[in-house]
Ligand binder design. Sequence first.
Ligand SMILES: *[C@@H]1O[C@H](CO)[C@@H](O)[C@H](O)[C@H]1NC(C)=O
Ligand SMILES: *[C@@H]1O[C@H](CO)[C@@H](O)[C@H](O)[C@H]1NC(C)=O
Length: 135
Amino acid sequence: MFTKIFLCIILFGIMDAKDNRKDFKYTVNNVLQDPRFTESIILKIKPRRYLIDYMEEACRIAPTRFTNFTATYFPSVPGYLINAINGVAGNYNRDHSFWQILNKGVALVVGVSQYIPRPRDNIMFNLTDSATEHH
Ligand SMILES: *[C@@H]1O[C@H](CO)[C@@H](O)[C@H](O)[C@H]1NC(C)=O
Ligand SMILES: *[C@@H]1O[C@H](CO)[C@@H](O)[C@H](O)[C@H]1NC(C)=O
């Protein structure tokens, strides 16, 4: 009886691990200004979805932790740049702060409406004022 239960738990564990190959982690991190927050969520990869689609999904799934975000469309890019997450905006003119996008600690070279998240990505939006972060 107990062995069966344990086997089930182990099996589900293995299935979960397999499933993780189709997930990625989405984090929003603000250590710069109040209200500070760090929120993470594991999201399932769906075909042909851009990062901005997953940002919307996080707001739908966990609206208390991912309240909102705002973006500006630039035809010259073309694409969206993120202004604010959970009501907190970067201000480049004031202190060079902006919402930097990192994957596994490395800055993304494309934006939220170009990047297609892949399994096991570790995407972090970090409000940074670090002038050394040029990539
Ligand atoms: C966006 O989220 C922040 C943080 O939860 C909240 O204070 C603010 O009122 C929200 N803005 C809008 C327009 O809902
Ligand atoms: C996030 O930004 C803060 C402020 O610039 C910085 O201190 C911190 O190292 C950054 N975190 C990551 C993971 O880049």
